[in-house]
Design a protein around this ligand. Structure first.
Ligand SMILES: C[S@@+](CC[C@H](N)C(=O)[O-])C[C@H]1O[C@@H](n2cnc3c(N)ncnc32)[C@H](O)[C@@H]1O
Length: 261
């Protein structure tokens, strides 16, 4: 059996998401904005925080670096690996569990956390991340289950921070910019499509490797969750004081909701 050629360039989805984050966020501005809003909800360095859907570690590692107690969980073993690699690179320690949102009640105690946050437009991928297919009804069911689990592991009075697709988003193509990678410069573009009938959003990343001209595309599908539907789901699960359109400095991509248990 031949071995994989290393003159060909491939990226994992966690690596691509990491590259995107550097382009679509002013990270230090967002961390400042996030800490500001969390502080206004009484979250401090003594609070127990769960990053539900931690991905590659933004902003969990930044919070840990600043002395916050963050536990991370993600259903993707590749993402759990990536947060571990990123933590090591930065000389940080973080407990990162390989767990889906539907399993949080099993992995953690009831009423354990002061804050659960689920950000980076993660919730809509509840049953479709790293898959090349989606069943919208199944996604909707998994989103409800996720919210029930967030509720369960939060203390009474605890805070949920969750974001969702910007309500003004229209289908479009966008040039994210060129990044320098270990494989040379890569131009990144994405295409967003909305299927309003079946409630599916597709996000297709395209990478053009400028040295070789190679092109790779990475499609992802998610549930097209509206602000109104999210507000209703939060209410149904039992959350109160649900606030939509929360302004967080540095968050220019997604709409933020904050609610209390
Ligand atoms: C777009 S990434 C965002 C990652 C990170 N929160 C950020 O802000 O950069 C979505 C993440 O949600 C995770 N995710 C999706 N569905 C999940 C589920 N059902 N349970 C746990 N994690 C999930 C994915 O594995 C992925 O790491």
């Amino acid at each position: 059996m031949g071995s994989a050629r290393d003159d060909q360039v491939f990226f994992s989805l966690p690596e691509i998401w990491d590259l995107c984050l550097d382009k679509i966020y002013n990270k230090s501005k967002y961390i400042e904005g996030l800490i500001h809003i969390l502080t206004s909800y009484g979250i401090d360095k003594k609070s127990l925080i769960l990053d539900a859907g931690c991905g590659s570690g933004f902003p969990a590692l930044d919070l840990v670096e600043r002395g916050y107690h963050v536990t991370a969980a993600d259903k993707s073993s590749e993402m759990v690996r990536q947060i571990g690699l990123n933590a090591k690179l930065r000389g940080l320690g973080i407990e990162a569990r390989h767990a889906t949102w539907s399993e949080l009640e099993r992995f953690f105690d009831k009423e354990q956390f002061d804050l659960v946050y689920c950000r980076g437009n993660s919730l809509v991928y509840a049953a479709s991340w790293e898959q090349n297919w989606i069943v919208p009804a199944r996604s909707q069911e998994e989103i409800q289950t996720a919210l029930r689990n967030f509720y369960s592991v939060l203390k009474r009075g605890g805070v949920l921070y969750v974001d969702v697709i910007n309500k003004k988003e229209k289908p479009h193509e966008e040039d994210i910019g060129t990044v320098n990678t270990k494989h040379g410069p890569v131009r990144m573009t994405w295409r967003i499509e909305h299927d309003q009938i079946h409630k599916i959003r597709s996000w297709t990343m395209q990478l053009v490797f400028l040295n070789s001209g190679e092109v790779r595309t990475y499609p992802s599908y998610s549930y097209l969750l509206s602000n109104e539907e999210l507000a209703q789901l939060l209410k149904d699960v039992g959350f109160s004081k649900i606030k939509s359109g929360v302004k967080v400095k540095g968050e220019t991509n997604y709409d933020v909701f904050i609610a209390r248990k």
